[in-house]
Write a protein that binds this ligand. Structure first.
Ligand SMILES: Nc1ncnc2c1ncn2[C@@H]1O[C@H](COP(=O)(O)OP(=O)(O)OP(=O)(O)O)[C@@H](O)[C@H]1O
Ligand SMILES: [Mg+2]
Length: 319
């Protein structure tokens, strides 16, 4: 991917050979990434991969040791103030004052950005509406559920109408419903033209939201591409099936059509080409009078990605 877009403009976020160490720990060892205007980049990696450090460099909170990091063409080290005026950040841990109401929190952020009192109140109400929090506007954020807090935190990072938004693990710890609500908000922001960099430990989340995905581990990029490119590389999703009793016979039958991988828990994995594969598996087993106990699709997990990309799982298996 080039760092220029198809109009010849530089990408909204541009990072090249970025390095950062904390004492002995090499948090970033030459990270490259590019995000074009209006796109979402998913920065995917396990604990300690360097996700937050990358975000912190781009949001001017941490000074890199080497490499280039530019936002909207502006270097984060030479003009951090100009970078800050263009960005919003929702950190890994909420930046709210739990003793204030939702509205008061947003007004406070507006005042910090030097909006006048009236303007700050108008902006707060706009955001409460946009993020589905109007009904909770006068409740203390300390009484909010995890999902509501995350939404309010995200609203706070949008007070200054930034062109680029950084989200550090926006849905970690949320239940599926709150997670879906947050995904909806992120999609709405993208539709309004905001460029977004989000970090996540979940392939499914990057898959849902991101135009492009960069996988990092130990401060290095180990893969980059669109979700479907990565999935093709790692083999895509599979159909998982468990049968009553006759597991060996089921395996023999299915092996006549697909490469079958048995798992420890007696399930059989079949590479899925689409929803048809599931139906075909059921039909073939049925034709052979084998009763299905359980069947479903399984998306590749982050562990599968690592296995495919590095040839090893992160858990050392004694040989
Ligand atoms: N201020 C710091 N001082 C010392 N070491 C640090 C500091 N910040 C980060 N590190 C180390 O740098 C590495 C990368 O950390 P980072 O927080 O960027 O990872 P991460 O991908 O965000 O992980 P997580 O998913 O746990 O949030 C880790 O080994 C971490 O311990
Ligand atoms: Mg982190």
């Amino acid at each position: 991917m080039t760092h220029l877009d198809n109009l010849g403009r530089e990408a909204m976020v541009y990072v090249e050979n970025l390095t950062k160490s904390f004492g002995e720990v090499k948090a970033l060892q030459g990270v490259d990434l590019t995000v074009h205007e209006g796109n979402i980049l998913g920065l995917l990696g396990p604990n300690g991969a360097g996700k937050t450090t990358t975000i912190n460099v781009l949001t001017t909170l941490v000074r890199p040791d080497g490499g280039v990091a530019r936002v909207d063409g502006i270097d984060v080290t030479t003009d951090p103030g100009a970078v800050r005026s263009r960005i919003g950040l929702t950190g890994q841990f909420a930046a709210l004052d739990d003793n204030l109401t939702a509205r008061e929190n947003l007004v406070l952020f507006g005042r910090l950005l030097k909006l006048g009192g009236r303007r700050a109140r108008i902006r707060a109400d706009e955001l409460l509406e946009e993020f589905g929090l109007s009904d909770a506007a006068d409740r203390h954020s300390g009484t909010f559920s995890g999902g509501m807090k995350r939404r309010l935190d995200l609203a706070a990072s949008m007070v200054g109408s930034p062109r680029v938004l950084f989200l550090d693990e926006p849905t970690t710890g949320l239940d599926p419903r709150s997670r879906n609500a947050l995904w909806e908000v992120v999609r709405t922001l993208k539709a309004s033209g905001v460029t977004i960099v989000l970090t996540t430990q979940y392939l499914a989340e990057a898959d849902e939201l991101a135009d492009d995905i960069v996988v990092i581990d130990h401060g290095r990029v180990i893969a980059a591409g669109t979700s479907s490119e990565l999935k093709t590389r790692i083999g895509g999703s599979s159909v998982r099936v468990r049968v009553h009793g006759e597991s060996d016979r089921a395996r023999t039958v299915l092996s006549t059509r697909w490469p079958v991988t048995p798992a420890d828990d007696d399930t059989l994995g079949i590479p899925a080409e689409g929803s048809d594969t599931l139906v075909d598996v059921v039909r073939l087993l049925d034709e052979n009078n084998i009763a299905v106990a359980e069947i479903g699709f399984q998306e590749p997990s982050l562990d599968d990605v690592f296995l495919a990309l590095t040839g090893s799982t992160r858990i050392e298996v004694p040989t």
